[in-house]
Design a protein around this ligand. Structure first.
Ligand code: HEM
Length: 400
């Protein structure tokens, strides 16, 4: 197939397994690539950065989601999440959610994260071999975000399934089955959260260590609180945003280290590399690979003009391996500095959980590498079958 005919809306397993040969070619030859549906795919760092920073590039997806989902719970969820909205709604909800991520709150989380990681590492040591996704990577963020939102322990196991179903429905190509699973997940998740919120409303001041739900229920910005629908849908969004991506950060880091023994050795020998290493894992295998915006007016980019109304796909994966910005972009360099990757994007929607996930990544990946110097693959793993989210569904390892 010629490069000009490439269609992001019709990608298959080959692209999902390794999108970089195509992204490299597009970045070089077709920086503003038009898909057959007229949408534009950007792969250059400076173009993506300019789009994320432009106030003329809009996140509201009501039209796109109405066309994709019709009237259903998935549409209600995604169109109420702050990430798919513009100011002024976005500004209000972001200010209210930011209450959950103040430096004081994050300082509370560090010892909690260290305790959870230490417990998980003890368990891995007893197991001797494990699936790094199931037994490690997904447990930590699920626990943290559940603590933040007061989700009782017995219900936490269901969260990742919900999250994958809801986020999976955002892929460019979605089957009817996946749509149905996404809708079911929004309904069940909403019912669960409504109970938790009602309980906290009746029992204010009784949240445990690290819980921020009350700040979301009672917090005000410009004399306005979140409505029940906004509260529920944005809590679902926080749960999704907060655990799937961080699970992938940890699993992708382990996958990268298993494939790059030199980097693995370097981190074992110098644990002080962990901060720059986390940035490099985020750059190389960004958990969120594709973003979207609509041009509210004609927008000039370094590589050309986006016409008003254009629907744009931003390849974070492509931008983060742009050789104009990153030397040897396909290689792992755990000491890379500067490393101005776009894994958390930039602009008004920059990830609200970036600091939290960096702390989680540092403690989890650093702890694993230090505790298990013999960490090695134990048979092939399985990638998540998604183009937008890069991660593993299974990654077997031997620990000793
Ligand atoms: C490695 C982990 C993570 C990655 C790679 C990541 C990535 C991203 C990206 C790319 C966006 C911007 C999407 C867009 O505008 O197109 C975003 C937004 C967001 N993220 Fe994260 N995220 C991570 C972890 C978290 C965590 C742990 C939380 C919270 C517990 C979180 C909460 C949010 C929120 C609330 C937004 C929406 C911000 C807005 O629209 O203003 N994220 N994240």
């Amino acid at each position: 197939m010629s490069l000009a005919a490439f269609d992001l809306n019709a990608i298959g397993p080959e692209f999902i397994a390794d999108p970089h040969p195509v992204l490299d070619a597009l970045r070089k030859e077709r920086p503003l690539h038009r898909n057959p549906d007229g949408s534009i795919l950007l792969t250059r760092y400076e173009d993506c950065r300019a789009v994320y920073q432009s106030r003329a590039m809009l996140s509201d997806k009501t039209e796109a989601f109405t066309a994709k989902f019709g009237e259903c719970p998935l549409k209600e969820h995604h169109t109420t999440s702050l990430v798919f909205n513009d100011p002024p709604y976005h500004t209000t909800v972001r200010k209210l959610l930011a209450e959950a991520f103040t430096p004081r709150k994050l300082a509370e989380f560090e010892p909690l994260i260290a305790r959870i990681v230490a417990r998980l590492l003890d368990r891995l040591e007893e197991m001797g071999e494990a699936d790094i996704v199931e037994d490690f990577a997904k447990v930590l963020p699920t626990e943290i975000i559940s603590v933040m939102l007061g989700v009782p322990e017995a219900m936490r196991l269901r969260l990742r399934g919900y999250s994958l179903s809801i986020l999976g429905a955002l892929d460019p190509v979605v089957s009817a089955e996946r749509l149905e699973a996404g809708n079911r997940a929004v309904e069940e998740f909403s019912a669960l959260l409504s109970e938790i919120i009602a309980h906290r409303r009746r029992n204010p001041g009784q949240g445990g260590e690290g819980e921020v739900l009350e700040a979301l229920i009672f917090g005000e910005h410009d004399g306005r609180r979140l409505t029940e629908k906004e509260l529920i849908q944005n809590c679902i969004f926080l749960l999704n945003a907060g655990h799937e991506t961080t699970t992938s950060l940890v699993a992708n880091a382990v996958g990268t280290l298993l494939e790059a023994p030199g980097a693995h050795r370097a981190l074992r020998e110098d644990p002080g590399l962990i901060d720059t290493a986390v940035e490099e894992f985020l750059r190389l295998e960004s958990p969120l690979q594709i973003g979207n915006r609509t041009a509210g007016e004609n927008v000039e980019l370094p590589s050309g003009t986006l016409p008003k109304g254009a629907y744009v796909h931003l390849s974070v994966a492509g931008a983060n391996r742009d050789p104009r910005v990153f030397d040897a972009p396909h290689e792992v360099n755990l000491g890379r500095s500067p490393n101005r990757h776009l894994a958390f994007v930039t602009g008004i929607h920059v990830c609200l959980g970036a600091t939290l996930s960096r702390i989680e990544g540092r403690i989890a990946i650093g702890g694993l590498v230090t505790r298990f110097p013999a960490l090695a693959p134990n048979g092939p793993g399985d990638r998540l079958p998604l183009a937008r989210f890069r991660g593993w569904s299974r990654l077997p390892v031997r620990l000793s």
